[in-house]
Design a protein around this ligand. Structure first.
Ligand code: PLP
Length: 458
């Protein structure tokens, strides 16, 4: 076809643009903020009937890349992911050119074994038995959704055929991720049937409040079925007490899910794995390698202590798809999706190259950098600190300055990308120390940039 290009030329173009990006990340670590309407005009994003000539296409593509926010630069503290790990990028690039789908061994071949090996290693790390299993959904929100569906279908095996007929109640702390509400609506449980349990000043779910609420719901004839514990809350980075929650869940026969999308990576650290104490008693566990481990988006996993619940909720026969090999290798039978991207290989290339010890170093380093940041602001009289270590989020306010205004100005004036969050009525800046390419100087420079910016505005 006349529109086919030589892929080797495209890879050469990729290399050229990537070199330019690496240089630009140093020269301009922040891209211009700008308004979407202006960027649309500046970049020639519009699609037309006629093809674009090669040279113009390459230049246009490069401009598009260089105007995109730089999440790997040392000025990006805005999200729970940041930085770039070469070996993981290599794995992802290969997954793209291989273009397998992870539903069957016939189509995925050894990539299926790669995914299974990661699942097996993590299940064993968190103390799940041989009965356990897992899969890679599209992200942490979907991992949490799968947990909710497994819990729902365990509570009443007829729901998947007849629909929800009872008032199911799920429990989660007020600090938990917003996917809880959406997922309850998708699962037919209803947003109003999620009970948001108050958290203490550290951001941990209050156990007595949880138990009282469960009792009150039982007395009303409602059907409690699910508790979500968060291991690393989105704003304060706090870990809920999994062990204590498992006692309550046992007592009332509730499914215990641990949302470790952010903080589950502590499992790799001898020093910090205590934060996940009791994880082996949970029924399911969600974990994102694209947050603390620096694997490119997305590389997200859901684990079930008993894999029969994965099959119960997600398996479906399809003669046109499953044509050989055992279900153990036809991973589509445990998945929410049909066609499924290979999100395992990039995690595997990182893990294989640095070893489990290397993953431990990554995790320890991030907690260490957060400690460096906390030590600095705790000693500095102009800062009010809201987060507590160990956590990879650093929450603070500076000199009583409105955090929303400050974050916005820092962004608009291309100083730093950082966001804000809230606990109760208090809003503060939330910085994140997950970019392992940042050294201590970069971590401290973040505060210097803020201080100079405020000083120069006077
Ligand atoms: C605690 C927690 N759970 C779940 C998620 C959702 O993960 P994803 O962005 O991969 O959907 C996040 C994202 O920030 C999170 O912080």
């Amino acid at each position: 076809m006349s529109t086919e290009t030589n892929i080797k030329q495209d890879i050469a173009t990729f290399n050229h643009i990537f070199d330019a990006l690496l240089q630009d990340e140093i020269d301009h670590p922040m891209t211009e903020a700008g308004e979407p309407e202006d960027i649309f005009k500046q970049l020639d994003i519009g699609l037309r009937d006629e093809p674009m000539p090669d040279d113009a296409f390459n230049e246009n593509l490069k401009a598009l890349v260089l105007k995109t926010p730089k999440t790997s630069s040392n000025r990006f503290f805005n999200q729970l992911f940041a930085g770039r790990k070469g070996r993981a990028v290599l794995g992802d690039l290969l997954a793209v050119v291989l273009n397998n789908s992870m539903y069957t061994y016939k189509v995925g071949g050894p990539q299926i074994c790669v995914e299974r090996e990661i699942i097996r290693q993590i299940c064993s790390k968190i103390g799940y038995s041989e009965e356990s299993g897992g899969t890679f959904p599209t992200g942490g929100s979907m991992a949490n959704f799968m947990a909710l569906l497994m819990a729902r279908d365990k509570f009443d095996t007829e729901i998947s055929h007849k629909g929800v007929r009872q008032t199911l109640i799920a429990y989660s702390s007020e600090e938990s991720h917003y996917s809880m509400a959406k997922n309850a609506s998708f699962a037919g449980i209803g947003r109003d049937n999620v009970r948001y349990i108050p958290a203490d000043s550290d951001g941990k779910i209050k156990l007595d409040a949880l138990e009282q609420q469960i009792k009150a719901d039982l007395e009303k004839g409602l059907s409690p079925f699910f508790v979500n514990a968060t291991a690393g809350t989105t704003v304060l980075g706090t870990y809920d007490p999994i062990d204590n929650l498992s006692v309550i869940c046992n007592k009332y026969n509730l499914w215990l899910h641990v949302d470790g999308a952010l903080g589950g990576a502590a499992m790799f650290s001898e020093r910090y794995k205590y934060l996940l104490g009791g994880i082996e008693k949970s029924d399911s566990f969600a974990f994102n390698a694209h947050k603390m481990l620096g694997v490119p988006l997305s590389s997200s996993m859901i684990f079930a202590r008993d894999k029969k619940y994965l099959y119960q909720s997600f398996s479906n026969d399809a003669d046109y798809l499953y044509q050989g090999h055992s279900d153990d290798y036809n991973l589509g039978k445990m998945s929410l999706q049909c066609g499924r991207r290979n999100d395992a290989l990039k995690f595997w290339t990182l893990w294989k190259s640095v070893g489990t010890k290397g993953l431990e170093e990554i995790v320890d380093y991030q907690f260490e950098q957060s400690k460096v940041a906390h030590d600095y602001i705790e000693k500095h009289p102009d800062y009010t600190v809201y987060s507590k270590t160990p956590s990879v989020t650093v929450c603070f306010n500076y000199k009583d300055i409105d955090p929303v205004k400050l974050c916005t100005e820092l962004y608009e004036q291309q100083k730093i990308m950082v966001g804000y969050g809230a606990q109760g009525d208090t809003t503060f800046i939330r910085s994140v120390t997950v970019n392992t390419s940042n050294n201590t100087e970069d971590t401290l420079a973040f505060f210097k940039v803020i201080e100079d910016f405020v000083e120069n505005k006077k």
